[in-house]
Write a protein that binds this ligand. Structure first.
Ligand SMILES: Cc1ncc(C[n+]2csc(CCOP(=O)(O)OP(=O)(O)O)c2C)c(N)n1
Length: 370
C-alpha cells in the first residue's frame, strides 16, 4: 500500500504560528488596574505593601548609587531604575534556600536576599571583602562575563536536584546575553536533565547601544525556550504582579520536578548602561524614554495600592527616608574597611596555595612590609 501523501510542511507558516503564541502576559495595566483577574496572585495586603516598599527602596538605592559614583565614592555601577518589577517582583517569589546567580545589574535581588549593603558598595569598589558572601547566603557575586551565569545556574540546579533540595537556582541576564552561546548551552542542558532552574532575561531594550531589533530575528526571546524544549514566557516586565506570578509558577514547576522555565521580562532601563561613560542620548530619543515612563512599575503599583487604601505619600516618604539613612550608614561602613592589599587577594583564591602563587605571595609580603 502506498504511504499516505503527507501535507507539505510549511516552515515559514510554522514559525509565524509559534511566534504569535508568545503574547505578552500582563495582570496590572499601566493605569494600575487588574486586567487579568484570573491570574491575580492575590498577595496579602502585607505582601503587596512589602513589594512596594522594596521597589521604592531600590529606586532610592539606584539614585544614591549614581550620585555616590559621580562623587568618586563608588566604582563600577550599572543603573537599575525601570527594572524594579523585573528584579524585585521575581525575587519576591523566591525563598531563602533558592540560589541566585546574578549579572552585574542584579545587585537589588542580592540585597533583598541578604547581601549587606556595605558589601555591595565594597564590590562596586573592587574590594575583595564585597565578594565574601555571609555564611548561608545562597548567591554568587554579580557576573561580568555576559551569559556565563546561565551555565553555572544549570550546574547549581543539578546539584540541588541531586541533593533532593526543595529549592531552585535562578539566574538573570539581558536580551544581549541571550545571543551568547552560554545562554543556549545553559537552557538546553537544564532542559535535558529537568534541572530546577529559572532563567530570566531582562529585556531592557538595549545591550549597551545595540537596540533589541538588531539583537535577534526572533520576535521574542521567550520563544527561544521552544528549541530547548522548555516553557518560555513573555511577560510585561514593568508589571510587578505578572512578574511575581510567572516566577512563582516557574518555581513550583521546578520544585515538582517539571524542569526549568525561561522568562523574558519586557522592560526598560532609564539610566545609562553603566556609569563608565555611556551616553544613552546617542542611541535613543527622549520620546522613547517618556513612552516607557508611562509604564513605570512604581507608578502603576502605587495607583493599585492606593485604590486599595494600602499606600500613601506618607508611607512612601518613610521608606525613602529609611533607605537614605541605611545607605548612608552602609557607605560609612564600607569606608571603614581596611585598604585592600595584593596579599589579601592572593590569600583568598585557593584552599591550598599552589607553589607559583606562594612565590608571588612572598614577594608581595616583602613589598607590603616596607
Ligand atoms: C562575554 C562578554 N562579551 C562582551 C562583554 C561586554 N559587554 C558588557 S555589557 C554588554 C551588553 C549586555 O547587554 P544585555 O545582555 O542586554 O544586558 P544589560 O546590560 O542591558 O542589562 C556587553 C556586550 C562582556 N562583559 N562579556
Amino acid at each position: 500500500m502506498a504511504a499516505k501523501k503527507s501535507q507539505q510542511f510549511d516552515p515559514v507558516k510554522t514559525l509565524a504560528e509559534i511566534e504569535e503564541k508568545f503574547e505578552m502576559f500582563q495582570i496590572l495595566n499601566e493605569e494600575g488596574e487588574i486586567v487579568n483577574e484570573e491570574a491575580n496572585p492575590n498577595l496579602s495586603d502585607e505582601d503587596l505593601q512589602e513589594l512596594m516598599r522594596r521597589m521604592v527602596y531600590t529606586r532610592i538605592l539606584d539614585q544614591r548609587s549614581i550620585s555616590l559614583n559621580r562623587q568618586g565614592r563608588l566604582g563600577f555601577y550599572a543603573p537599575t531604575a525601570g527594572q524594579e518589577a523585573s528584579q524585585i517582583a521575581s525575587h519576591f517569589a523566591l525563598k531563602k534556600e533558592d540560589f541566585i546567580l546574578p549579572g552585574y545589574r542584579d545587585v537589588p535581588q542580592l540585597i533583598w536576599h541578604g547581601w549587606p549593603l556595605e558589601q555591595a558598595f565594597l564590590f562596586s569598589r573592587g574590594h575583595f571583602m564585597g565578594n565574601q558572601m555571609p555564611e548561608g547566603l545562597n548567591v554568587l557575586p554579580p557576573q561580568i562575563i555576559i551569559g556565563a551565569q546561565y551555565i553555572q545556574a544549570t550546574g547549581v540546579a543539578l546539584g540541588m536536584q541531586k541533593r533532593k533540595k526543595d529549592a531552585v537556582a535562578i539566574t538573570y541576564t539581558g536580551e544581549g546575553g541571550s545571543s551568547q552561546g552560554d545562554f543556549y548551552e545553559g537552557i538546553n542542558f537544564a532542559g535535558s536533565f529537568r534541572a530546577p532552574a529559572i532563567f530570566i532575561v531582562q529585556n531592557n531594550q538595549y545591550a549597551i547601544s545595540t537596540p533589541r531589533e538588531v539583537q535577534t530575528a526572533a520576535k521574542t526571546v521567550a520563544q527561544k525556550a521552544v528549541a530547548a524544549g522548555i516553557p518560555g514566557i513573555f511577560v510585561d516586565g514593568m508589571d510587578p504582579l505578572a512578574v511575581y506570578a510567572v516566577t512563582r509558577d516557574a518555581r513550583e514547576r521546578a520544585i515538582k520536578g517539571d524542569g526549568p522555565t525561561l522568562i523574558e521580562t519586557f522592560c526598560y532601563r532609564y539610566g545609562p548602561h553603566t556609569m563608565a561613560g555611556d551616553d544613552p542620548t546617542r542611541y535613543r530619543t527622549s520620546d522613547i524614554d517618556s513612552e516607557w515612563e508611562k509604564k513605570d512599575p512604581l507608578v502603576r503599583f502605587r495607583k493599585y495600592l492606593e485604590s486599595k487604601n494600602l499606600w500613601s505619600e506618607e508611607k512612601e516618604n518613610e521608606v525613602m527616608e529609611q533607605a537614605k539613612e541605611e545607605i548612608k550608614a552602609a557607605i560609612k561602613k564600607a569606608d571603614a574597611a581596611p585598604k585592600q592589599k595584593v596579599t589579601d587577594l592572593l590569600g583568598i583564591m585557593y584552599e591550598e596555595m599552589p607553589f607559583n602563587v606562594k612565590e608571588q605571595m612572598d614577594i608581595y609580603k616583602a613589598k607590603e612590609s616596607k
